[in-house]
Write a protein that binds this ligand. Structure first.
Ligand code: PBG
Length: 327
């Protein structure tokens, strides 16, 4: 393309008025791409604010229908559920009980707001006494033993009515194991959104408070990805797609926008990015100190994630951002 330079070209011409800026904007943010994360707590009697995530709550089962109506009313099409079980054990059995907290929440929400998409996070860490994402053997998470449990979790969630299954554990082979189990249980039409490129990130800190799932020993670096690796993320996505993932996720979002862009440009499947708890809490902390304007910081952040290529954004800012976008 021929480039004509100044003074024939003046980039500021199209920035002159807000109407012109609106006309030529390349990335438009709307609540249609948001997925709102919700923590459901089997032991809560009323909603309790999460100290490290101001404005986010652990919800009792009896409040989730109302919450779901509120989310849907804001034009947000989906939420993703995380559970805090009544009790934890070595194998995380609370994750696959038919009357588990997430299974009950799915049923309640689907009854109350059938059109709202309910995604379930498929993992064991909120349910295991040691806080790891799988079965611990000899001090590490045993991959293949864990697959069986994850498949059970996924089937129990689909049985409850989940619309999308989202495994976040980072075990090898879990997408294939879950796909086979879902199909075997008659859930051939339930899609899998795999957390394909999930990094071992310090930005999950507030979530681990919220869901009470910090590992009691060690860390997650033997299964989540090393922050220095980008090519490896492409391999992870390729493998998950080969195993049958319908959609893939990159997580966290902001420190990994290069990965979001790369995945978007290489694969023709819907791509999600998870604007994680630490990203949320940083903005909240700065805003509450008056160091950032919250509204514009949030909308700029979400726009950047969409611009990088995310079709869907999992974000704790979803409800507030949706309201701002509709003003
Ligand atoms: C694991 C899971 C985690 C998050 C989502 N799913 C925690 C982890 O891997 O340690 C983090 C989400 C966030 O920080 O917002 N079930």
């Amino acid at each position: 393309m021929a480039v004509t330079a100044f003074p024939a070209t003046r980039m500021r011409r199209l920035r002159r008025t807000s109407a012109l800026r609106d006309l030529v904007r390349e990335t438009r943010l709307s609540p249609e791409r948001f997925i709102y994360p919700v923590f459901v707590d089997a032991r809560a009697e009323e909603r309790a604010e999460i100290p490290s995530m101001p404005g986010q709550f652990r919800w009792p089962l009896q409040s989730v229908a109302g919450l779901a109506r509120d989310v849907a009313g804001r034009g947000i099409p989906a939420l993703i559920l995380f559970g805090l079980p009544a009790s934890k054990d070595e194998e995380g059995s609370g994750a696959y009980r038919h009357d588990g907290i997430v299974q009950q929440a799915v049923q309640t929400i689907k009854d109350a707001v059938p059109g709202l998409i309910v995604v379930t996070d498929t993992c064991l860490d909120e349910y295991t006494s040691h806080g790891h994402c799988g079965v611990v053997r000899d001090g590490d998470v045993d991959n293949d033993v864990t697959l069986e449990l994850l498949a059970r979790v996924a089937v129990s969630q689909a049985d409850a009515g989940a619309d999308v299954i989202a495994p976040s554990d980072m075990m090898d082979g879990r997408v294939a194991a879950i796909r086979t189990a879902l199909d075997g249980a008659g859930h051939v039409s339930v899609p899998i959104l795999s957390y394909a490129a999930k990094y071992a990130s310090s930005f999950y800190g507030p979530f681990r408070d919220a869901a009470d799932c910090a590992p009691r020993f060690g860390d997650r670096r033997s299964y989540q990805m090393d922050p220095g690796n980008a090519r490896e993320a492409i391999r992870e996505v390729e493998l998950d797609l080969a195993e049958g993932a319908d959609m893939v996720m990159v997580k966290p979002a902001l420190p990994y926008l290069d990965i979001v862009r790369d995945v978007r440009s290489r694969f023709n499947v819907p791509v999600a990015a998870y604007n994680v708890s630490g990203e949320y809490s940083m903005v909240k902390a700065a805003a509450s100190n008056g160091w950032l304007d919250e509204r514009s910081a949030v909308l700029e952040t979400l726009t950047s994630i969409a611009r990088a290529g995310a079709d869907m954004i999992v974000t704790y800012h979803a409800c507030e951002a949706a309201a701002w976008l509709q003003e």
